[in-house]
Ligand binder design. Structure first.
Ligand code: C2E
Ligand code: MG
Ligand code: MG
Length: 586
């Protein structure tokens, strides 16, 4: 068989005659072959340095050199080319020994006809071996690289990062791990489809790679998460600069299918060795720093801080658990009676949210409402609260034949939502509760934050007939002139001012002042935190309209509140009789 391949054959042979005979035979079989003869270690080394040889044919003994040394030289050079022993003085035993130490075959010089078939067989074997290695390498790559962006995946990143960290440790320098999370990337997938989402993702990867410092390790960790490991010398300053540089790369939109997409990044940074000595710890800490950035609305960066993280762990747990609280029926409302002091009757109830978690127990609203606020979960929770409260109040009215209002609390986050008024009024309408029986409680801070916007939202409620109460009044340093311009109906004096009234002269003065102010502004005044008969007496004397507090009734389940109304219906509500006390149960 004639071989048209330009194979390169290295002959290690001291006898020119033998080499010539061999060459003739090889030329006949491989006309394009490049042949080269060497006869010493130095020459062989030089030939090996010149480039790859497809096959090496070596004599067994030469002056100052032998096949064993030649084979060692070949393998030292990194070549896996077949090595064929070609000798006049080899017996079968020595030939077999040579093969055991790595020769591909051995041929006696008196049997030269074997040489061509052996070379052909060995070349075939090499090809097969290399093909197998290529397939294996590709399979390995597939398992280590992200197919979409061609970046290393999480497992390869961890391997390579660990090697780099070891090297950095030896040099006693530092590194930073940037954990990058794309803000709201799912939105792109959802609006554009996954094909366009993929195209955007590829461009993102290109920008990240271009924005990462030279020599750093860039990887795609998951769906919309990337990581960069970079050597840094000066603590947190350099990684901050890297994060800013990356953000600038995304100032320009990404264009796919003629559509522009603005992508922003949330970046968490952990430092080596301060925040972890291994890749897994650094990743974990950088990721928790990302959560902080996300909680603040994304599009920014933050360096990990152990103390902050401890606090965030707790709120992170609350956040995650809160996500399921509505569907898992862990939320419920309790109702605290609100009395009309003059009529001595319950006229309203304040709906207060409770979260009973199977492991954490009863979580107080002061702990979970701020978390719900930060994460935006308050909107869904607030809608649920309003639905429940309106339905309950409507049922009371129907059952007891007299109107009972329900007061519902709204946080600043809820209040500032673009469609706040429309949503609240929508739920109210659907509930069938008469609008004047809903009292919206917002704090002074909420109302004061943006008085103009607040006036507009509150105006919408006023027109619909809903009443508005300023909750915790006195704690927010409101400007009175501001307050006067807002369409509000009720002032709820904060319970902190009721403490030790009437004995505490300062609090007494404050309560009197607020009541005088409220009366002057024609607002209905309402005192919270009424715990003693003396407090109630004072309020009556000062013509405060309504009271709420442990003296009159603790917040109770809907059913207990209904029983309270039923009991009241049976009792006379004549003026002068002592106020019905609901006891201190609940
Ligand atoms: P708030 O609106 O000022 O509610 C009154 C709080 O005072 C309630 O605490 C109530 O249990 C408590 N309280 C009532 N009477 C007395 C008393 O005589 N003495 C004392 N020391 N305390 C009394 P709670 O239920 O723990 O609620 C705390 C805060 O959580 C509420 O303050 C309100 O700002 C918020 N909150 C409760 N439910 C909701 C809700 O559904 N949505 C929103 N956005 N916030 C809510
Ligand atoms: Mg309230
Ligand atoms: Mg209050």
């Amino acid at each position: 068989m004639r071989q048209a391949e330009p194979i390169r054959v290295l002959l290690v042979e001291d006898s020119e005659d033998d080499a010539l005979l061999l060459e003739r035979r090889l030329r006949a079989a491989f006309p394009l072959a490049a042949l080269r003869r060497v006869d010493s270690a130095e020459r062989m080394r030089a030939a090996l340095a010149e480039g790859p040889w497809d096959v090496v044919i070596s004599d067994h003994v030469m002056p100052g050199f032998d096949s064993e040394a030649a084979l060692a030289l070949l393998r030292e050079s990194g070549s896996d080319a077949p090595f064929i022993l070609y000798s006049g003085c080899l017996d079968e035993g020595r030939g077999a020994l040579a093969m055991r130490v790595g020769a591909s075959d051995w041929i006696a010089k008196h049997d030269p006809a074997r040489i061509v078939p052996v070379i052909e067989r060995e070349l075939r074997n090499v090809r097969l071996r290399r093909e197998k290695e290529r397939v294996e390498r590709e399979a390995r790559e597939l398992a280590s690289y992200d197919t979409l962006t061609r970046l290393p995946n999480r497992s390869l990143f961890c391997q390579q990062a660990q090697l780099r960290l070891d090297a950095i440790e030896a040099e006693r320098s530092g590194a930073a791990l940037l954990y990058i999370d794309l803000d709201r990337f799912m939105r792109i997938n959802e609006t554009l489809g996954y094909a366009a989402g993929d195209a955007v993702m590829r461009q993102i990867a290109v920008r990240l790679r271009a924005g990462a410092p030279a020599g750093s390790l860039v990887a795609r960790l998951g769906q919309d998460e990337f990581a960069i490991l970079a050597a840094v010398a000066d603590g947190a300053r350099e990684p901050r600069r890297i994060a800013e540089r990356l953000a600038r790369r995304f100032a320009e939109p990404i264009v796919v299918n003629d559509q522009e997409f603005y992508v922003t990044l949330s970046v968490g940074v952990s430092l080596y060795p301060e925040h972890g000595s291994d890749c897994a710890t650094l990743l974990k800490n950088a990721e928790s720093a990302v959560h902080f950035v996300k909680r603040l609305g994304g599009n920014g960066h933050r360096v990990y801080q152990a103390e902050l993280q401890a606090a965030s762990c707790e709120s992170l747990r609350l956040e995650n658990e809160l996500r399921h609280a509505i569907v898992r029926r862990q939320l419920h409302l309790v109702y605290q009676p609100i009395y009309d002091i003059a009529a001595q009757r319950v006229v309203a109830a304040e709906a207060l949210l409770r979260w009973r978690h199977p492991e954490m127990g009863l979580v107080p609203p002061d702990r979970f409402i701020p978390v719900a606020d930060d994460t935006g979960q308050i909107h869904a929770i607030g809608a649920w609260v309003l639905e429940q409260a309106c339905a309950e109040a409507r049922a009371w009215g129907e059952r007891y034949g007299r109107p009972i209002a329900v007061a519902v609390n709204f946080s600043a986050t809820q209040f500032r939502h673009q469609h706040f008024a429309a949503r609240v009024l929508g739920i109210l309408r659907a509930s069938g509760l008469s609008p004047h029986l809903l009292e919206m409680e917002i704090t002074e801070g909420t109302a004061m934050h943006d008085a103009e916007a607040a006036a507009e939202v509150l105006g919408a409620f006023k027109r619909a007939g809903v009443r508005v109460a300023i909750d915790d009044f006195g704690t927010g340093y409101s400007s009175l002139s501001y307050l006067r311009r807002l369409p509000i109906d009720i002032l709820k004096i904060d319970k902190s001012f009721m403490r030790d009234v009437p004995h505490d002269a300062d609090n007494l003065a404050i309560v009197r002042t607020i009541l005088a102010l409220g009366h002057a502004m024609k607002l209905e005044c309402h005192a919270e935190g009424v715990e003693t008969p003396a407090q109630l007496e004072l309020l009556r004397a000062e013509r405060c309209a309504r009271a709420q507090g442990f003296l009159l009734g603790r917040p109770v389940e809907a059913r207990a509140f209904a029983e309270l109304l039923a009991a009241e219906d049976g009792a006379p509500a004549a003026g002068g009789a002592p106020l019905v006390l609901a006891g201190a149960a609940g």
